[in-house]
Write a protein that binds this ligand. Structure first.
Ligand SMILES: [Zn+2]
Length: 240
């Protein structure tokens, strides 16, 4: 992986980055909530059937996210962004706001944002909202009569802002994926849509699409990403 100040760097982050801040992924084995798998609660059919249950799930996730703090991986990415400015683009699958809390400004939440709410009926702009709606509280309503829902992309829904993402992939000269399993589409295919092969994967284990990367570094993101930032800043000092 070659990374210099003149690079356009595209960074993709996944659940592995938030997990090190104590936010569980609610996916796979051990990801159960009240005997439901996340996939059973995080979809439009569940919302239509039982919106209260879905809000209880996201209320729990909002409380956990509010208590979480950015880890050294988030901080190191914010530091790299400070150096690269508009040549840096961060696409995250995470719905928490830990990247923003660490100081990142160019963050695209392809799976939406936990701390925003939108209407399930009208096209009003999603708005910041840390409220929780638990058992016994009324479901929040929009002025249009629709029910307000969390602004995350549910299973079966379209991801957000693919045009911008495609543009940033095309103009990138370096690509780093961190803590993402390489299974969920469309993000798993980003590494194959690049005009270059300057690619690096960082995470605790090999992703399903490991063969598409020119390099990978296995280990915790909270240790590896600061190392990457340090390498980058050293290269800068050398004038390379
Ligand atoms: Zn509405």
């Amino acid at each position: 992986m070659k990374l210099t100040l003149s690079d356009h760097l595209f960074v993709l982050t996944g659940a592995g980055v938030s997990a090190e801040s104590g936010l569980a992924t609610f996916r796979g084995d051990g990801g159960l909530w009240r005997n439901y798998r996340a996939e059973e609660v995080a979809n439009i059919a569940a919302w239509r059937r039982d919106p209260r249950l879905v809000w209880e799930f996201y209320s729990m996730r909002r409380r956990k996210a509010l208590a979480a703090k950015p880890n050294p991986a988030h901080v190191a990415l914010a530091e790299i962004e400070q150096q690269l400015g508009d040549r840096f683009f961060l696409c995250t699958q995470n719905v928490d706001s830990l990247h923003e809390q660490a100081g990142s400004e160019r963050v695209h939440h392809i799976h939406g944002e936990l701390m925003k709410t939108k209407c399930d009926s009208c096209a009003r702009e999603p708005f910041p909202d840390e409220s929780t709606y638990d058992e016994g509280t009324a479901l929040p309503k929009c002025d249009c009569g629709g029910t307000l829902r969390v602004n995350v992309v549910w299973f079966g829904e379209m991801v957000s802002g693919m045009e911008r993402v495609a543009y940033e992939l095309q103009r990138s000269t370096a690509f780093v994926a961190i803590g993402t399993s390489g299974v969920v589409e469309p993000v798993a295919s980003f590494v194959r849509a690049l005009p270059h092969r300057n690619t690096l994967y960082i995470g605790p284990e090999k992703p399903a699409n490991a063969d598409a990367f020119s390099e990978y570094m296995l280990g915790p993101a909270a240790e590896m990403v600061p190392w990457l930032a340090q390498t980058f800043f050293t290269a800068k000092d050398d004038g390379s």
